[in-house]
Structures are given as C-alpha cells and as structure tokens.
Design a protein around this ligand. Structure first.
Ligand code: SF4
Ligand code: SF4
Length: 437
C-alpha cells in the first residue's frame, strides 16, 4: 500500500510538471503570427508518415540512420512496457499483463530486451561520435555548454535506463526459481547474461535489487518525460506536427506580401487592380518572434540540433558567420526568454530586446545565399531560410539597412524594372546592334 501511495504521488508530480511545461510551450508558439495551414491534408499526412514516422530523410546516412531507428523504435515499443509499470504501480501488482498474455508475454519481453540492448549500443555509438570523433557539425560554436550537455545527458540517461531494465529482469529471473510470487516469464535471453553476477546473492538482496531497478526505471522515465520538454529532444513529439504543417510548395517559392506584390505588379503594368494598401499595413518582415508565424516557432522547438543544415550551408562552409542551426536555436531561446518573462509577470516582448540584433546579427542573415540546402538537409522539414528571409525583409524594408550593393539593385528594380542600371527603353539595344552587324 505504501508503495502504491508513493507511486501515485510520483506520477502526480510528474504529470503536474509535464502539463505546466506543455502549456508554456503552447503559449510560446502562440506568440507567433496566426497563419492558416489547412490545405492539402492528404499530402500533409503522407509527409508526416514518411518523414516523421518513417524517418525517410534520416536514411541519407545509413549507419546513423539504422542506429537512430533503433532508438526511435525502442522509445515507442519500450513505452508499452512502461504501461505495465504504471498499472503495476497503481494496483500494487507485479507483471500484471503476464497471466493475460501467456507465453506471448515472454516473447514480448524478449523483444523489449532486444530493443533495450540495441538502444544501449546505439547510445554508446552516438556518445563516442559526438565526443571523441572530430565531426565538425558536433563541434561548432553554438554546440557548446548547455546544448552539448543536453545531448550527452540524454544519451547517458538512456544507457542507464536500459541497464536498469536488464538488471531488473536478471534478478527477477533468479527470483522466479526461488519464490512462487514471481510470475514465470520464461527465459529472457539478453538479461540472462547478467544472471552470473547476481545468482549468489541472498533472496532479500535480490528482491531489493529488483525493486530498486523497477523504481529507478519508472522514476527515470517520468523524470525523462519532464526533462524532454526542456530539451532538444522535444523533437520526438513535435517532429510529427512539424512535418504535417511543413511547406508543400517548391523549395524556391518565397512567401510574398500581397500588398507589396500588388503594388509592384501595378507599377509594372501587370495588374489592373488598383493598389489598395490596408489602413494599417503592419510590419514588413520580422524583427522579433511575434513577427514570425506560429509554424516557424513550432519548428524551432522541433529542431534536433543535428547540424545537418549547417553542414550543407555554403555560407557556413566558406567561413561566414551564418549557421542555420543557430538560427533555429536562437529563435527557440528568444521564445523561452519571452515566455519566462510573461510567466513571471515581466515585460515579455517589451523587454527592449529582439530576435534580430540581440540573438541574430545582420552579418549572419546577409551571408545567406537563399540556396535552400539547409531546408533540403533537414530530417524533420524545418525551414531556417523562411526565418532568415523574414529578418532580411525587415532590415531592407523597415530599416533600409540592406548592404549598399543590394540597395542599388532594389533602386534599379524600382526605376528600371530590372536589377541593372540601364533604362528600360534601352533594353533592346543589343538587338539593334546585332542587326547592324
Ligand atoms: S539557404 Fe542560406 S542558410 Fe540555408 S544553406 Fe543556403 S545559405 Fe545556408
Ligand atoms: S534545422 Fe533541421 S537540420 Fe538543422 S539542426 Fe535543426 S533539425 Fe537538424
């Protein structure tokens, strides 16, 4: 009974913190501009199934993809075992599903153990890859301090949690032969390799180890669930909506502002519609997170910080300051800052800071070639370019702060209807020259 009460209290505390954090994240995403994304539902579901559920884009690099796949499947499937942990915890039972599933229970436990070992080995590989091998995308400036610690903490926690499952099963198997209260599971292949470590221990010690591993695992899982909401590992949930709401247009498609498009078309004589600017045109582009769309903000929470975008970015590869991964991390950090301020009754968005300037510099956004390589590389359909272009639009249109060479190009477009400094009336001079030859 005491164990049941302790379990209910533990579950309640974890649920409280998870709920609080989920609501905070939801409110932070709602700081973005409301944009309707409700078209082409079939294509969107297909994207989600292929990219988030099927991990399609991960398979560009086979070995990390297979290992990541094991972690992902392990996470989904081992959580079924957590369901039994929760029911056992609430009812004070032990392996409550075993009598209902008969011999299938043993098969299921062996599958869980296989996945636990696969997850454990994959995490060891990823720890070595991240900390020992010199892969540039894991050693950039934005991946130090908390982001580096966060990535390592998650991998170490998964290794420890998987070890707890195997330890629990090994001691449980010995107890099954000594105490009739322990439900027979049949041979559990992987944990039976640990039996020699425990078989000489007394029954009391084994019961303690089995219970300790059980509690350690369930508290670890609940703690992990709370922690994930503060971590880049939020992508395990948000990758699904993010891929669903991902951009369906061709990658080169840029979101124009209808007000400006209409005016330019009218200026070029391409539209009969009279320019009709709204009374309050609003801000051109984005200075802070509330100028970006809610989907841009959700994408920032979905970023896995894998750096595949930065590894493909020509600006970054040629030594410029720009890193598309940092653009996403900065957007999320600014959201967190504003969210915390609002939560504590502070000034929120009016704190005198902004995404542009305090987090992302003009030097970074001006280095972007708009090539879309980052968008193509992202395994969860994040589009850092959309944010960069919005920030650039603000600098150009609100501050007239684009580099001088760009400004002369803008001026040429406005006066000559082309990026060059020649008058439109001279446009066909080359043809005259050719015909005079
Ligand atoms: S679009 Fe910009 S940020 Fe993305 S890869 Fe190209 S240059 Fe880098
Ligand atoms: S934007 Fe995509 S590719 Fe870039 S770090 Fe985030 S998840 Fe990885």
């Amino acid at each position: 009974m005491i164990q049941q009460i302790a379990f209910v209290i533990t579950l309640g505390i974890a649920t409280f913190f998870i709920r609080k954090r989920v609501l905070r994240i939801r409110d932070n995403i709602r700081l973005g501009k409301q944009v309707a994304i409700d078209d082409r539902i079939g294509e969107r579901f297909q994207n989600m199934l292929l990219v988030a559920f099927g991990q399609k884009k991960m398979f560009k690099k086979l070995i990390p993809a297979i290992l990541h796949f094991f972690i992902y499947v392990g996470f989904l499937v081992i959580n079924l075992e957590v369901l039994e942990f929760v029911v056992d915890g609430l009812l004070g039972t032990h392996r409550v599903f075993a009598p209902f599933l008969g011999s299938f229970y043993g098969i299921l436990m062996n599958i869980f153990e296989f996945l636990a070992v696969a997850v454990l080995l994959a995490c060891v590989f990823f720890l070595i890859r991240r900390n020992v091998l010199s892969i540039p995308r894991f050693h950039s400036a934005e991946l130090t301090k908390w982001p580096l610690l966060d990535a390592n903490l998650i991998l170490i926690t998964e290794i420890v949690l998987m070890t707890a499952i195997l330890t629990m099963n090994a001691s449980d198997q010995i107890l099954q032969g000594r105490d009739e209260h322990y439900v027979a599971t049949g041979n559990l292949f992987f944990s039976s390799f640990l039996i020699p470590l425990f078989e000489n221990l007394s029954t009391g010690t084994l019961v303690f180890i089995e219970r300790f591993a059980w509690w350690f695992h369930i508290i670890g899982i609940l703690g992990f669930a709370v922690y994930v909401t503060y971590s880049k590992h939020l992508h395990i949930f948000l990758a699904f909506p993010n891929t669903y709401y991902g951009k369906l247009e061709a990658k080169g498609h840029i979101n124009n502002m209808p007000v400006v498009t209409n005016e330019v078309k009218s200026m070029l004589g391409l539209s009969t519609e009279a320019p009709n600017p709204p009374a309050e045109p609003g801000r051109f582009g984005a200075k802070d997170i509330n100028d970006l769309s809610w989907h841009n903000l959700m994408a920032a929470y979905s970023c896995t910080e894998c750096g595949r975008c930065t590894a493909e970015c020509p600006a970054n590869l040629t030594g410029k300051k720009l890193s598309p991964r940092k653009i996403m991390m900065d957007t999320r950090d600014r959201m967190e800052e504003v969210g915390k301020s609002i939560e504590s009754g502070g000034p929120g968005l009016n704190d005198g800071k902004s995404l542009l300037g305090d987090y992302i510099t003009k030097e970074e956004i001006n280095a972007c070639t708009s090539c879309n390589a980052c968008v193509e590389a992202c395994p969860v359909l994040i589009n850092p370019l959309e944010i960069i272009l919005e920030l650039r639009r603000y600098v150009s249109m609100e501050e007239s702060g684009a580099p001088a060479s760009w400004n002369s190009m803008y001026q040429n477009i406005e006066t000559n209807f082309a990026p060059w400094k020649f008058s439109p009336s001279d446009r066909f001079n080359w043809a005259k020259e050719e015909s005079n030859k």
